[in-house]
Design a binder for this molecule. Structure first.
Ligand code: NI
Length: 204
């Protein structure tokens, strides 16, 4: 074999390997990898002290970003999550934690967040932090939010991404449910991640 052909073969092989490396992605449960942000651990404040995502390993975590003054988007989403939680068996509910992260840290206090989330389901934990802390968590999950001046008042609203993130018991972001997801769809996403557990055998 001539040296030129050998070099050409090596170049071809290298290109093929590069191509493979480029296209290969670990596949998460649910949505395709390309549509999911990285996700990741964080610690924020609740009415009962600091809360870390890492503390919920072994549970499915539903994560939503919003604010208590939200006129319609958050109430709609939290009502759907609340109904989904209400429809779970108690042993399923024990393995689910819902976190509501405020994108309005200037106004939402931990006490206010606690009252607000309890209205939708008593198990939901409301979280906030400094503006920088909240921004860092939002970045992990690809969440957008921006203050908008409300017309005719001194107040403001906050435009924000309305996605329910579903985090697997190992802490990996498994799926994102779009705004308008039904309670049944939310419950199904939770059960999909709970189903491998032997402790739930025979309860469905
Ligand atoms: Ni909202």
């Amino acid at each position: 074999m001539s040296q030129r052909i050998l070099l050409a073969l090596i170049a071809l092989l290298a290109a093929a390997l590069l191509g493979l490396a480029f296209f290969w992605q670990p596949q998460p449960v649910g949505r395709s990898a390309s549509s999911l942000p990285s996700g990741g651990d964080f610690t924020l404040r609740s009415a009962n002290g600091p809360v870390s995502l890492q503390g919920f390993r072994g549970k499915v975590v539903l994560l939503y970003f919003g604010y208590t003054y939200c006129p319609d988007v958050c109430p709609t989403s939290l009502a759907a999550v609340g109904q989904a939680l209400a429809g779970l068996a108690s042993e399923e509910l024990a393995r689910v934690q819902t976190l509501f992260v405020s994108v309005d840290p200037d106004r939402d206090t931990v006490a206010q967040l606690k009252d607000y989330t309890a209205f939708f389901h008593p198990s939901i934990i409301g979280l906030t932090g400094s503006a920088d802390e909240v921004a860092a968590v939002a970045r992990l999950y690809g969440v957008f939010y921006a203050k908008q001046k409300a017309s005719g008042t001194s107040g403001y609203t906050v435009d924000h991404t309305s996605v329910t993130y579903v985090i697997a018991p190992d802490g990996r972001l498994a799926a994102n449910l779009p705004h308008g997801a039904t309670p049944a769809a939310i419950a199904a996403a939770v059960r999909k991640l709970l189903s491998p557990s032997p402790s739930l055998k025979g309860t469905s």
